[in-house]
Design a protein around this ligand. Structure first.
Ligand code: UT7
Length: 403
């Protein structure tokens, strides 16, 4: 399936999901544990959201980029593609490591994906589906062949652990898919993207951006934590999930009866069930795993996709819909014909080769950092390169001999 950029621009091309992977922190936090830090209960959280536990990145060295890198490596493993063949890395995230550099660039470095472009995509929990839409467009128009779309989050770092309205909902984790160009019909059939910025204040990280840069006051007021009007987001979500799902199905030329599986954003069991009831979709066609992970924002759909594959919930030629909603406000849905069989057998030597290549990527990254430092030390304050300084000195020396 791999090829050269733009090589097949004139032939029909389809974007298939050929690899998938997930990464989750080890630490599980149960509802009962949360009830020890805020005024809540296991019963309240289960009945209002469905969530029983979530994973939290307690180790500071575990970040959105490290989780994203792990998930992306797993996706490349399934697709049996070496990292140097990746053309583009799109990382959807609501908890990027920094405003810049992008988390996607850090993942590119971690993978040693030396031929890939990389950028972050900010569309909150809809971001992963936005990424799928973008990637399939790039592939369909012949610009690229192999694109990683990742959702990676460490929301626990931006959650107010004293606010019971939000801290019980979120979890950390990452999921990734590899989209590859193919002449075989199928793959991403349609996508629907939406936004209503008038609801931007309903789910927001108020400070830390250019509007309210970090100050002692913003920190003291807790403005670097997620703020949410839960009821308003709930109402928006139940309406928009059903609408977007239906639009994506119709755009793909399918009917609801043709759909084999829906993977919705894993925010709240009640939102999912009420949206899908509006579509009269039977429960067995809806994939829910928020019980174990909570709401992992951009990562929730790709993590659920991985588990759907693990549980044999997807067969070749099944019609799948992935649908999300989130801050912005945003929403997005995509219909996909699942054309790949289950995970392929990859020879052990190739797995070893790839893990060695990740070791090399680490060494390469260290070397590049070091050589940049050395290069920096050879440049004078007025920006002249050391070589220019040297040639000027030689010239002066020559002149002094001539005099
Ligand atoms: O990716 C998108 C992210 N956002 C979402 O998906 C959020 C969408 N909204 C929701 O999922 C729900 O609105 C929530 C789960 C956030 C809240 O459920 P709800 O059924 O809408 O509850 P509510 O906001 O109407 O609150 C009911 C009561 C309130 O008490 P009073 O005012 O009735 O006395 C809350 O203070 O429940 C209280 N409450 C809690 N009680 C125990 C709120 N959070 C908690 C809690 N434990 N953790």
């Amino acid at each position: 399936m791999a090829g050269t950029n733009g090589k097949h621009a004139s032939t029909l091309r389809y974007a298939h999901i050929t690899g998938w992977g997930k990464a989750l922190p080890d630490r599980v936090i149960t509802n009962d544990e949360l009830a020890q830090i805020v005024d809540t209960s296991d019963e309240w959280i289960r009945t209002r959201t469905g969530i029983r536990r979530r994973r939290i990145a307690v180790d500071p060295s575990e970040t959105s980029a490290t989780l994203g890198t792990k998930a992306a490596r797993a996706a490349l493993e399934v697709a049996d593609l070496p990292p140097h063949k990746v053309d583009l890395i799109i990382c959807a995230t609501s908890s990027p490591e920094h405003t810049f550099p992008s988390t996607a660039s850090l993942i590119q470095d971690g993978l040693g994906a030396v031929n890939a472009g990389a950028f972050d995509l900010s569309a909150a929990c809809s971001g992963f589906v936005y990424g799928i839409s973008l990637a399939s467009g790039m592939i369909g128009t012949g610009q690229m062949d192999n694109i990683l779309v990742i959702g990676a989050e460490t929301l626990s770092r931006i959650v107010d652990w004293s606010d019971r309205n939000t801290c019980v909902l979120f979890g950390d984790g990452a999921g990734a898919v590899l989209l590859q160009a193919s002449p075989v019909p199928g793959g991403v059939l349609s996508s629907v993207l939406g936004s209503d910025g008038s609801g931007g204040d309903l789910l927001i990280l108020p400070a830390g951006g250019s509007k309210q840069p970090a100050t002692l006051e913003t920190v003291a007021a807790g403005k670097h934590f997620i703020k949410m009007d839960g009821r308003a987001v709930f109402r928006f979500a139940t309406r928009v999930m059903a609408e977007a799902t239906l639009q994506a199905i119709e755009k793909a030329g399918l009917s609801i009866d043709d759909i084999d599986l829906v993977i919705p954003h894993q925010a709240n069991e009640r939102i999912i069930k009420s949206s899908m009831r509006q579509l009269k979709l039977p429960e067995e066609k809806i994939f829910i795993n928020l019980y174990d992970y909570g709401n992992t924002s951009t990562a929730s759909i790709p993590i659920a996709l991985c588990e759907a594959v693990e549980q044999d919930r997807l067969k070749p030629n099944d019609n799948l819909v992935m649908v999300g909603f989130g801050a912005g406000l945003t929403w997005a849905a995509t219909a996909v014909k699942w054309a790949v069989p289950g995970a392929r057998e990859v020879p052990a030597w190739r797995v070893h080769q790839r893990s060695a290549s990740y070791g090399l990527a680490h060494v390469r990254s260290r070397f590049l950092r070091f050589s940049r430092k050395v290069e920096g030390s050879l440049v004078t304050e007025d920006g002249d390169a050391w070589s220019e300084v040297l040639s000027r000195r030689i010239e002066n020396w020559r002149r002094s001999r001539e005099e």
